[in-house]
Design a protein around this ligand. Structure first.
Ligand SMILES: Nc1ncnc2c1ncn2[C@@H]1O[C@H](COP(=O)(O)OP(=O)(O)OP(=O)(O)O)[C@@H](O)[C@H]1O
Ligand SMILES: Cc1ncc(CO)c(N)n1
Length: 268
């Protein structure tokens, strides 16, 4: 069994963060492990409060896993603050996992800061150069490059600029665009559009967490980065198609564990 370690925050509502990650990793056929960086009191409507986890416990969790278990891929989500960015970066430099997927989580759908603004520079300097792929949504890509993004031409340029920050590949997600939610992939050589039809639902809580975890699971299982991104795009599209109207805000995506059910839905 291939393994994925997610280093991220907990979402009590179960739709995003560590909870979404573990569900997506399992549904994509890998074994999920977790390092919790922060606990959020969160539901489908809002983030009520956040408790960062003690740095020593974060470091201990990472070491406990790496010292004992083979880690085939790492997924990074919410880090929260500069100090946590630093501890995670140092640990990754020490253990050198082969595949690192970075979802640069910054702000929740309800507008709550999940990364202190002052930590963005540390994320860019310390985490991006270690990553196999980074998966910003449009607002996160805008923060990384310091410009707004509107046209296709600007998206191509943004990919090139983010590549210069030391990542091996970038996927700018188009969920926040008007029109179809097409994502732009760039690996320094070729651009690829990952296209999909927009699904008209408000139940899109945790789509970014789900996508990046599905990428990590497929990388762990031996896919190339472009293959992993393509499989993950199919997975998130199905997960949004069957998303769940739980709660009164943005409900979660639906993860398929059951092989019979997934084959009915056309997933392998
Ligand atoms: N309504 C939709 N229909 C189909 N695909 C969507 C829709 N919304 C988002 N997606 C896709 O879901 C994936 C996640 O993109 P999105 O831009 O929503 O990430 P995100 O903002 O980081 O998510 P979150 O912060 O809620 O976890 C992308 O592949 C995007 O194209
Ligand atoms: C803990 C956590 N991580 C990531 C996101 C972004 O979806 C969220 N809302 N909560």
């Amino acid at each position: 069994m291939k393994t994925v370690l997610t280093i991220a925050g907990s979402d009590s509502g179960g739709g995003a963060g560590i909870q979404a990650d573990i569900k997506a990793i399992s549904a994509n056929g890998a074994f999920g492990m977790s390092v919790i960086t922060a606990v959020t009191a969160q539901n489908t409507k809002e983030v009520r409060s956040v408790q960062q986890i003690d740095l020593k416990i974060i470091q201990d969790q990472i070491e406990a896993v790496f010292d004992d278990i083979q880690v085939d891929a790492v997924k990074i989500g919410m880090l929260g603050n500069v100090e946590t960015v630093h501890v995670v970066a140092e640990a990754l430099k020490k253990y050198k996992p082969k595949c690192i997927v970075v979802d640069p989580v910054m702000i929740s759908k309800g507008g709550h800061y999940l990364l202190e603004e002052s930590a963005v520079e540390a994320l860019k300097k310390e985490i991006l150069p270690l990553s196999s792929i980074i998966t910003p949504n449009i607002p996160e890509a805008e923060v990384l490059i310091g410009r707004t993004l509107q046209t296709e031409e600007e998206l191509y340029k943004a990919c090139e600029q983010i590549m210069e920050m030391g990542v091996e590949a970038v996927l700018i997600k188009g969920g926040h665009l008007m029109g179809p939610p097409n994502d732009l992939f760039y690996n320094g050589e070729d651009f690829h559009w990952l296209k999909a039809k927009r699904i008209y639902t408000k139940n899109t809580h945790g789509t970014g967490c789900t996508l990046s975890s599905a990428i990590a699971a497929n990388l762990a299982k031996g896919s190339t980065v472009l293959e992993a991104v393509t499989l993950a795009k199919q997975y998130i599209t199905t997960a949004i198609t069957h998303s769940l109207a739980l709660g009164s805000g943005h409900g979660p995506t639906h993860h398929f564990y059951d092989l019979y059910e997934s084959s009915k839905m056309g997933m392998k």
